[in-house]
Design a protein around this ligand. Structure first.
Ligand code: SAH
Length: 375
């Protein structure tokens, strides 16, 4: 058997039905076989072709000769005191990525990764400091959902209700895999588009491409600063895709109605939490009717920044609300297992985030040389 057999878990429902249609037609099998297989994958949660028990044995053999059903291996699961559970997945080639299950009230949110590492080097983000490893494939993205959802059910957390692309990586810098993964989650596994949030630090062409899709996926913009000057100090990508252009793209995104935009605002003491910034932040949010998530900075080892004091975070929340902007403070979850926003760095990864980089002080991190991530 060769390993280049396509992984059925990485095909969109249309691709799946085409590929299986050809396969079964060539074998003189009836057309309903394709639907049987699709059901096993999306509803039956099988982990191998061998488990598709209503296919004749000879067909299971032929199918597994032509395709594979493969999930990444779980390296470790860490469970936080607050119930947050982090999975570390081993990918082929030695890279590892993380995903996080976050139970909140009746919801169970799954935060997934779209790249091993990240090339965008935001100063406050641990993943950014660790550099870029490689792009994930559609199967590697979707299987984080599939395997985590199974783990959640088996461990009493219930069904995953929401998926957010807020793990490692910049999803809109890996559209080639993220876009089909969105289709698979939505049309294959039946997760409503409004329950799926793509979070971006501002990859302009990606925002435009997402706006062109018919489904109403949600978009979160990692804003972190309401002026271009300040944003540039935190997010190197601001130089390439400045805030005014991002705002125009967001206006386009919400045109036609039905779509929601969220701003993520990581609050860093003395850096972006001056009350004088509030009116400008409220203006931006009003322009695109954004909901604002205020996130007290989760400390990371590479830079000596502290979260804004609680009172200041509350003052931002109250100030936004007084200006008619819906806002909430996102309580840190899973800090004790380094599963909180911005803390994911997959510590086991080989050869990245070496000690020199950690000691290099607080200048903006640079992605390591090697493969570069297209934007
Ligand atoms: N690249 C995407 C998705 C990954 S980051 C993006 O930037 O949106 C997911 C969220 O965590 C983003 O809003 C990010 O800005 C935030 N974040 C990153 N580092 C953080 C930190 N140290 N503390 C709190 N939030 C952080």
């Amino acid at each position: 058997m060769t390993t280049d057999r396509p992984n059925l878990l990485g095909l969109t429902p249309e691709e799946l039905s085409d590929a299986l249609g050809v396969h079964f037609r060539e074998r003189g099998e009836p057309a309903f076989r394709s639907r049987q297989v699709a059901r096993w994958l999306y509803e039956g949660d099988v982990r191998s072709v061998g488990d598709m028990t209503d296919l004749p044995l000879s067909e299971r053999k032929a199918l597994s000769g032509a395709f594979r059903v493969e999930e990444p291996e779980i390296d470790t699961v860490s469970i936080s005191r607050d119930g947050t559970a982090k999975h570390l997945w081993k990918l082929s080639g030695g890279e590892v990525v993380e995903s996080v299950l976050i139970p909140t009230g009746r919801r169970l949110t799954l935060c997934i990764s779209s790249q091993a590492g990240c090339a965008l080097a935001c100063r406050f983000c641990a993943t950014g400091w660790s550099g870029f490893g490689r792009q994930l494939s559609p199967a590697e993205i979707v299987t984080q959902y599939r395997a985590s959802a199974r783990w959640a059910l088996e461990n009493g957390l219930g069904a995953v209700s929401n998926v957010v692309f807020m793990g490692m990586g910049e999803p809109l810098a890996n559209r080639k895999a993220v876009f089909p993964a969105l289709t698979i989650l939505n049309r294959g596994y039946g997760l409503g588009a409004r329950r799926i949030t793509v979070s971006t630090v501002g990859v302009l062409p990606g925002i435009k491409a997402l706006a062109e899709r018919r489904e109403q996926f949600r978009l979160a913009l990692s804003l972190h600063a309401p002026t271009s000057e300040l944003r540039r100090e935190l997010i190197p990508l601001e130089k390439r895709y400045p805030l005014d252009q991002l705002m125009t793209a967001l206006e386009e995104f919400i045109r036609g109605g039905g779509r929601r935009v969220t701003f993520e605002y990581t609050m860093i003491r003395g850096v972006n939490d001056d009350l004088a910034l509030l009116p400008r932040l409220a203006d931006l949010a009003t322009r695109v009717r954004a909901f604002v998530n205020l996130i007290p900075l989760n400390p990371i080892p590479y830079v000596d920044w502290k979260p804004s004091p609680r009172g200041r975070v509350r003052a931002f929340e109250a100030g936004l609300e007084a200006a008619g902007v819906a806002a909430a403070v996102r309580e840190p979850r899973g800090r004790d297992i380094e599963a909180a926003c911005g803390q994911l760095r997959a510590a086991r990864r080989p050869d990245r985030a070496g000690p020199e980089r950690r000691l290099r002080g607080v200048s903006a991190p640079h992605s390591r040389s090697g493969p570069s991530a297209p934007l």
